[in-house]
Design a protein around this ligand. Sequence first.
Ligand SMILES: NC(=O)C1=CN([C@@H]2O[C@H](COP(=O)(O)OP(=O)(O)OC[C@H]3O[C@@H](n4cnc5c(N)ncnc54)[C@H](O)[C@@H]3O)[C@@H](O)[C@H]2O)C=CC1
Ligand SMILES: O=C(O)[C@H]1O[C@H](OP(=O)(O)OP(=O)(O)OC[C@H]2O[C@@H](n3ccc(=O)[nH]c3=O)[C@H](O)[C@@H]2O)[C@H](O)[C@@H](O)[C@@H]1O
Length: 480
Amino acid sequence: MVKICCIGAGYVGGPTMAVIALKCPEIEVAVVDISVSRITAWNSDALPIYEPGLDEVVKKCRGKNLFFSTDVEKHVSEADIVFVSVNTPTKTQGLGAGKAADLTYWESAARMIADVSKSNKIVVEKSTVPVKTAEAIEKILTHNSKGIDFQILSNPEFLAEGTAIQDLFNPDRVLIGGRETPAGQKAIAALRDVYAHWVPVDRIICSNLWSAELSKLAANAFLAQRISSVNAMSALCEATGADVSQVAHAVGKDTRIGPKFLNASVGFGGSCFQKDILNLVYICECNGLPEVANYWKQVIKINDYQKTRFVNRIVSSMFNTVSGKKIAILGFAFKKDTGDTRETPAIDVCKGLLGDKALLSIYDPQVNEEQIQRDLAMKKFDWDHPVHLQPMSPTSIKQVNVVWDAYAATKDAHGVCILTEWDEFKTLDYQRIYDNMQKPAFIFDGRNVVDEAKLRAIGFIVYSIGKPLDQWLKDMPAVA
Ligand SMILES: NC(=O)C1=CN([C@@H]2O[C@H](COP(=O)(O)OP(=O)(O)OC[C@H]3O[C@@H](n4cnc5c(N)ncnc54)[C@H](O)[C@@H]3O)[C@@H](O)[C@H]2O)C=CC1
Ligand SMILES: O=C(O)[C@H]1O[C@H](OP(=O)(O)OP(=O)(O)OC[C@H]2O[C@@H](n3ccc(=O)[nH]c3=O)[C@H](O)[C@@H]2O)[C@H](O)[C@@H](O)[C@@H]1O
């Protein structure tokens, strides 16, 4: 029986391995982690991450050919294929701080693999890493190998949160990079055989190591760039009276451009887009390509601009101050159908409003108070470390109140901000919300989910990203 072990039971390691176990009943899959609380949760009825369809997959395989364990060394030493799916945060200090990827967790995993291995292994990079990382990993493994053969493969993951199971069942492509030697090609074939259990072979792309590593960074950069492009247009739409949804629709009809990923928003969030672009920028700089680095840096700058612009719009339209005013925040996760808050635009928007002394009442169907307080107190980039190694927030922020209902959040509020596109926000009883709010009642829709005309008819002053502005907002221009 082929044995697979995955180091890192996170958003990637957990779902990917669960799907491999489901689709390959004859393979034994162990997912291991240094975080005891994560592994305990994976072995319980309350999984550590919320992902539609994940519960069913885990329930079908757990205890049969899918195991979650903290006994990292045992499972690594027994495995034929070891996936490494650990954190690769942005460095916060030292060389490359604020940009370069911190490979501490990766390196310690590699050293441990070398230490405990007694048989030949294929080691698979699943984490997103800088191009050429495989070379460094190869050096660590071979210098400590005691005669064991390690083949390194790059097999980056392209799943998106909220649709992870769907993406894993039916991926656009699976990418496997390896050495162009006979042993490297044999390792590629072994991993291809795993995916071929359910992925059509023409969707399994094989390449050299560096192309595979760089393709992952490139794909995320291209995706984020589309969002920054449409968000840049949204600012121009507001200034001219064009409607960003109509512009995006017209532009996306061009088959060369395509309709997906053109939704203007308060900004992109999530654990990877910013981190991976910063990483790309750093690699460009290290390779003497400052023009290329600056080109990609701009994608992040527009994203920051969009969040700042949103906060300024709120403050300026509410008579240039939100001090002491209750503002309801609907949605805190970085997108719908996930409880993940890593780099969510809600953090920057909330911090901006708190900076202007607002009182926030926050509701998100999947995010609890402890998480929100942690996020608002944590320093930039500190979130991307194993849970038990994250710095604890000193005290909770008193101006923030977290509630479990949109109506409670909006009661007596001066303004409502929609920061995540949860479906339930489309069907709220906005008349009831309006009746219970202070007047004039404002709605700032950072995800373009509400029907502006209906809300205006109720009496709200409505701001929707990239849409023609209310006269009220035109009279109170926001300077970014
Ligand atoms: N979240 C996502 O949607 C995607 C993430 N990625 C990449 O995958 C990698 C992992 O991301 P996530 O799963 O989101 O992170 P995560 O933080 O959810 O999971 C990483 C896990 O690795 C564990 N870990 C760290 N060092 C360890 C060690 N030495 N031994 C055992 N366990 C260790 C941590 O405790 C944590 O549970 C990152 O490089 C990320 O860029 C790639 C595609 C999608
Ligand atoms: O490397 C990763 O971590 C993953 O990053 C993204 O996936 P994810 O961050 O989970 O979610 P996305 O659907 O890409 O959304 C990212 C952010 O962009 C925002 N977004 C997305 C699309 C859009 O049109 N407009 C927009 O503002 C979302 O609301 C969210 O805040 C990529 O889509 C995945 O392919 C990739 O594997």
